[in-house]
Design a protein around this ligand. Structure first.
Ligand SMILES: *[C@@H]1O[C@H](CO)[C@@H](O)[C@H](O)[C@H]1NC(C)=O
Ligand SMILES: *[C@@H]1O[C@H](CO)[C@@H](O)[C@H](O)[C@H]1NC(C)=O
Ligand SMILES: *[C@@H]1O[C@H](CO)[C@@H](O)[C@H](O)[C@H]1NC(C)=O
Length: 369
């Protein structure tokens, strides 16, 4: 009896030691932190906390998410940052505004993205209360102060320097600014080529600021094929062909973005910024949906009107029964399955897709153990 108590005491002690040690191991071998900046393509739910119409926190958003509930992601399930977190072996980043983002959870990283925003401060003004990119960067500074209070300045700096960063901007500067209404202020001010040059020069300042705040590995996505999304097909297409004007915008913007990133990297003397050609990645399944198991890349799963491309995705919209066979979930945003295909290209794409290298190469390079 007594000896069995001693024995069970010993077992408990050993068990406790193992738990404590495994705790230590998890902490030292924790996945690298992940930070996300940008718009609705990467927002994990910050706008749920804001007074704005740009939100995705009601049914049927999230219908295929593990909880089957809306989270604020503009997807039927996971979005691009979620798939990237999986690749890092980490849990998904919480929205920065979530009250749950505190204590040890801060070390996973944070998602600062906000649906509706763009490179320019005047993009998405109709959504009123959204977190514009300069505010996202201020929150990143505030985040670093909070992590410093938690683990000290040296570890906080290391966590930020070793983190993976994703930034997705630009699409809204076209669809929710330049092309929002005919004769928009920006379209009266600039020709399209001059507007693109202006966007690129402003984007460069934002990325420089991100570098100054400690980011050292940043995935910068270009805009997708803007003219081919169901919303633009409904608005501008007569026969189902992609809108030439918006396609022209994307094909001016994306190569200049790559050039700008090259310039920044050579100025810094290191491949900090990685250009992600989301236009090419999406074009693959848009031009040949069946090869990727989609029955259509023109009609959104959730929406109304031609191509289900008019208005918002709501409980009153048409909803397809099987989201996996649609490339677009709503009039603007890819389905969960399309997001997974895109992130697979992040991992293994050739230099045409990922410049100057893909995420598998980055993860092999950036291992500090
Ligand atoms: C694991 O680490 C955390 C944070 O340092 C600590 O709060 C917790 O008590 C530890 N758990 C065990 C079982 O040691
Ligand atoms: C946008 O707003 C920020 C302050 O929030 C300011 O620093 C920046 O210069 C503005 N950008 C432009 C192009 O006006
Ligand atoms: C991308 O990843 C694959 C491995 O999945 C690798 O074979 C290939 O060389 C990589 N390409 C570049 C340009 O880094």
């Amino acid at each position: 009896m007594a000896s069995s108590l001693v024995l069970s005491g010993l077992v408990m002690t050993i068990f406790g030691l193992v738990v404590a040690l495994s705790n230590l191991t998890t902490q030292t071998e924790a996945a690298r932190a992940f930070f996300v900046f940008g718009d609705s393509l990467v927002d994990n739910g910050n706008n749920n906390y804001l007074a704005t119409t740009a939100r995705a926190d009601s049914y049927p958003y999230g219908i295929d998410y593990p909880t089957r509930r809306p989270t604020g992601r503009f997807s039927n399930g996971l979005n691009i940052p979620d798939f990237l977190s999986k690749q890092l072996g980490a849990e998904s980043t919480l929205p920065y505004l979530s009250p749950q983002l505190n204590g040890q959870r801060l070390l996973v990283g944070a998602n600062f993205a906000s649906a509706g925003i763009g490179i320019l401060n005047d993009t998405g003004i109709q959504f009123v209360n959204i977190i514009r990119i300069f505010r996202q960067l201020e929150y990143f500074q505030e985040y670093q102060q909070r992590v410093t209070a938690l683990v000290g300045a040296a570890r906080a700096k290391q966590l930020v320097n070793q983190a993976l960063v994703l930034i997705t901007l630009g699409g809204n500067d076209f669809v929710n600014n330049y092309y929002l209404v005919p004769f928009s202020a920006r379209s009266r001010q600039y020709s399209l080529p001059d507007y693109v040059k202006y966007l690129i020069s402003e984007y460069r300042k934002i990325l420089q600021k991100l570098y100054d705040l400690g980011a050292r590995r940043v995935l910068v996505t270009g805009t997708g094929p803007l003219g081919c999304v169901p919303a633009e097909l409904a608005l501008r297409s007569r026969n189902g062909e992609c809108s030439p004007e918006l396609q022209r915008a994307a094909s001016l913007f994306n190569p200049q973005l790559t050039q700008m990133l090259k310039g920044l990297n050579s100025q810094i003397g290191s491949d900090v910024f990685i250009g992600v050609n989301t236009q090419l990645m999406s074009n693959d399944f848009i031009s040949n949906p069946r090869a990727y198991g989609f029955i259509t890349s023109k009609v959104a799963c959730c929406g109304q009107g031609p191509y289900n491309g008019i208005g918002l995705c709501t409980a009153a919209s048409n909803l397809c029964p099987n989201r996996d066979v649609y490339a677009f979930w709503d009039p603007f945003h890819p389905s969960e399955r399309a997001n997974g295909i895109i992130v697979q290209q992040f991992m293994t794409g050739s230099t045409e897709y990922m410049y100057p290298m893909n995420l598998s190469t980055i993860m092999a390079l950036d291992s500090w153990t």
